[in-house]
Design a protein around this ligand. Structure first.
Ligand code: PAF
Length: 294
C-alpha cells in the first residue's frame, strides 16, 4: 500500500492504479479506523479492482465547540490495518494541502442539511459535502462507499452527486453499507472511545429502544407515542439529552407522523456524558411481517 499526502503524488498514483481500465473504489474516512471502516474496505474490494482509502480529519465539518482537537488520530495504526486489509492507496493529506490559503468555496445541499443533525450541528453538512466533493475530484473513484450509520450524510452525498451530475463516482455508484454493531447492538463509531464504563453500559439501551420502536411501528402503532417512549427510555437509562428521535422518509428525510408502508428510517441522536451517539434503523415494507424483538 502506498501512502501519499500531496495532490501531485496522488495524481500519479491514481493514474497508475486506473491504468489498463482498472476500476477504483474510494472509502473516505477520518481515520481512527474500526471494524466498520474495514467492512467498507472489504465491500470496496468486492466492487472494484483497486481500493483507495482517504484519512482526513476535516476541520470544516466540526462546530466551534466540537471535538476537532480531541478527535483521535492514529495514522501508523490505521496504515497497518489498511495494509492488512489489502488497500492499494492511502490518501492522507494535511489541512494546508486540502484547503490551501484563499480556499473560499462551500458546497451546500440545501434542505436535507437543515433537519436532524443539521439542526444541531449548523454548517456540519456543508463541511462534509465540500470535502467529499473534493475527495471525489481528487481520487476520481468509479465507486465510493459510506456507512449507513451516517444515513443523513449518505443521503446528502447521493443528492449532491445527482444534482451535480458527478461522473466519478456517478450517484448510483455511491454505495451505503449496513452499520456494523458491537455484540450488544451499539453501532461502531470512532467516538465510542469517549464513553466511560458506566456510559458504555447505558449506551446499549439505544439499540434496544430503537429495535422496540421499529417493531411497534411495523405493527402499526401510532408513531408519536412510540417516539416518546424511545426518549423516555433513553433518559431513564442515563442519557442526558436527546437531539431527535424521528421517523423520516429514507430518501427525502421528510418527517413522517405515521408510517404508510414506504421506505423509512428511524433516526436518533442522543447525548450521554460528553459523547453524542447517533444511530438509525430501516423500516421497510418487506419487514412488516418480521417477528417482534425479544
Ligand atoms: O463519515 C466520515 O468519516 C466523514 O464525514 C467523511 C465522509 C470522511 C467526510 O469527512
Amino acid at each position: 500500500m502506498q501512502t501519499v499526502s500531496t495532490r501531485a503524488e496522488l495524481g500519479k498514483s491514481v493514474a497508475m492504479l486506473k491504468s489498463g481500465g482498472k476500476t477504483l473504489a474510494l472509502v473516505p474516512t477520518m481515520g481512527a479506523l474500526h471494524e466498520g471502516h474495514l467492512t467498507l474496505v472489504r465491500r470496496a474490494r468486492a466492487c472494484a479492482d483497486r481500493v483507495a482509502v482517504s484519512i482526513f480529519v476535516n476541520p470544516l465539518q466540526f462546530g466551534v465547540n466540537e471535538d476537532l482537537d480531541a478527535y483521535p488520530r492514529q495514522l501508523a495504526q490505521d496504515q497497518r490495518l489498511l495494509r492488512a486489509a489489502g488497500v492499494d492507496l492511502l490518501w492522507a493529506p494535511g489541512v494546508a494541502e486540502m484547503y490551501p490559503d484563499g480556499f473560499a468555496t462551500t458546497v451546500s445541499v440545501q434542505g436535507l442539511d437543515r433537519v436532524l443533525c443539521g439542526m444541531h450541528r449548523p454548517g456540519h453538512f456543508d463541511g462534509v459535502a465540500t470535502v467529499v466533493l473534493k475527495l471525489f475530484n481528487q481520487v476520481c473513484p468509479d465507486v465510493a462507499l459510506f456507512g449507513e450509520k451516517d444515513w443523513q450524510q449518505l443521503t446528502i452525498i447521493r443528492r449532491m452527486a445527482r444534482d451535480l451530475d458527478l461522473a466519478f463516482p456517478r450517484a448510483e455508484a455511491i454505495i451505503g453499507v449496513p452499520t456494523v454493531r458491537e455484540p450488544d447492538g451499539l453501532a461502531l463509531s470512532s467516538r465510542n472511545r469517549y464513553l466511560s464504563q458506566a456510559e458504555r453500559a447505558s449506551a446499549t439501551t439505544l439499540n434496544r429502544a430503537m429495535r422496540v420502536a421499529v417493531a411497534a411501528i411495523l405493527a402499526g402503532d401510532p408513531v408519536g407515542p412510540v417516539l416518546d417512549q424511545v426518549r423516555r427510555t433513553l433518559l431513564a437509562a442515563g442519557f442526558d439529552r436527546i437531539d431527535y428521535a424521528d421517523l423520516r422518509s429514507a430518501e427525502t428525510l421528510d418527517d413522517l407522523a405515521q408510517w404508510h408502508g414506504g421506505a423509512a428510517r428511524l433516526l436518533v441522536a442522543a447525548h450521554i456524558g460528553r459523547t453524542r451517539l447517533i444511530d438509525n434503523m430501516a423500516i421497510e415494507p418487506a419487514m412488516a411481517h418480521m417477528p417482534e424483538v425479544a
